[in-house]
Design a protein around this ligand. Structure first.
Ligand SMILES: *Cc1c(COP(=O)(O)O)cnc(C)c1O
Length: 402
């Protein structure tokens, strides 16, 4: 082994060196969640809002893979007024940790109505059948069926057609068990600057809300902005905004970057489980899509795979960082493990890489020394968006909160 490595392996590299002391006991791979960064991002969005605009924090998909049980209370203490989830099950779990309003961003099966009321989860509603069943159950239980009316203003996903908002309220409002707590829509193109489709959706939403008021219906909290819309369209904050991806330190589009200062919350780390010098020509991983080209190549194994959110489409494309230096991932990514190559040739014209050893810290996403692998870098290689990258890492890896 070359001399001079070890404690001085970072050389001139600057930046914080991550610590392996944070490794969980049962597996040499984990997701690291920076609570301070999360708090700072919540405050950054809160600062963009006027006094009369509430902040609903979107914690669906286990807080975009970051762990809702820990993240939601941090958000509550940093200024969240309400929370949004995607499934009834997410709402039931979240209720253990927060006492603020919880909005379900979809209309669930009628069978879940008892749970909605028991756990104080407000559904998004857009069919008359569901509304009346909800009101009926609530009235019989001596409770109030609080819901938000979802409007389709152009995304063609869920909601009452915006033209039918008044008819919908006329059809359900007779029911004493129902209370419309809010009226909302969702933009399909809020991340595009100067987009006509956004303008049209906004006009449809404004029209529907005005029609409701004119017909004598109280729309409750009026809300439409998601993360990109909050920064790009301050004139549509209305009574509440629904912020998701930005809370986790991820920009939904390039245009938002100069407008709000965010810190990435999630890093993904592991430790090398094996490092060796295979013979020249040796194949690596299923299908042997990589063969060791020369004797100075060391192959290291990482105990993290596509079932942990490191997509197989990253095979032979992504980099990892060890001690502030980038290395190429090689061979097909397996379900639970992958390999990377280190060229330790000391005769190269540039500085050789330090050999890695079993137990060395590997950064799959996040910063180490001067290097950083962002969710956007991995998303680009996978042909997807940063949202999906963090959701996937949250699926199986243990989370370590720092
Ligand atoms: C997911 C979601 C959001 C949050 O979107 P971000 O782009 O992450 O801010 C807001 N509203 C609805 C209806 C959603 O489904």
């Amino acid at each position: 082994m070359a001399a001079g490595y070890g404690s001085s392996r970072y050389g001139e590299a600057e930046g914080a060196r991550p610590s392996v002391a944070r490794c969980p006991e049962t597996r040499w791979s984990w997701v690291e969640i920076d609570r301070g960064a999360l708090r700072s991002n919540v405050r950054a969005y809160k600062k963009l809002l006027g006094r009369n605009t509430k902040m609903m924090c979107v914690v669906k998909a286990d807080a975009y893979g970051h762990g809702a049980a820990v993240c939601a209370p941090i958000m509550a203490s940093a200024g969240a007024d309400a929370f949004a989830v995607a499934t009834v099950q997410e709402g039931i779990e979240l209720r253990e940790y927060v006492d603020k309003p919880i909005l379900l961003l979809s209309q669930p099966p009628q069978e879940s109505i008892p749970d909605l009321l028991a756990y104080g989860i407000m559904p998004s509603v857009y069919t008359i059948e569901f509304a009346l069943a909800f009101g009926e159950y609530a009235a019989n239980a001596g409770a109030q069926g609080r819901y938000h009316l979802a409007l389709d203003t152009g995304m063609t996903r869920i909601g009452v057609r915006y033209q039918d908002a008044v008819d919908f309220r006329r059809a359900v409002d007779f029911h004493s068990g129902l209370v419309c707590e809010g009226t909302f829509t969702h933009f399909a193109t809020a991340d595009v600057v100067g987009d006509w489709d956004w303008e049209l959706q906004r006009a449809h939403f404004d029209e529907a809300v005005a029609n409701l008021r004119e017909a004598g219906f109280d729309p409750g909290l009026v809300h439409c902005d998601n993360t990109p819309s909050v920064v790009l369209h301050s004139d549509t904050h209305y009574d509440m905004v629904r912020v998701g991806v930005g809370l986790y330190g991820l920009h939904p589009c390039d245009a938002s970057e100069p407008l709000v200062d965010l810190k990435p919350v999630m890093s993904v780390r592991a430790r090398v489980t094996r490092a060796q010098y295979p013979p020249v020509g040796a194949g690596v991983s299923y299908g042997m899509t990589y063969r060791v080209p020369k004797s100075s190549i060391q192959i290291a194994t990482v105990p993290l795979g596509y079932a942990d959110g490191y997509s197989r489409t990253l095979s032979n494309k992504a980099d990892v960082i060890v001690a502030g230096q980038r290395h190429h991932q090689v061979g097909n990514v397996c379900m639970d493990q992958f390999m990377f190559a280190v060229d330790v040739n000391e005769n190269r014209s540039y500085a050789p890489s330090a050999p890695v050893e079993e137990g060395d810290l590997v950064t799959i996403m996040g910063a180490d020394g001067r290097e950083r692998i962002s969710a956007e870098e991995l998303a680009e290689l996978r042909g997807t968006i940063n949202y999906e990258v963090v959701c996937d890492f949250g699926l199986r890896l243990e989370k370590v909160y720092v």
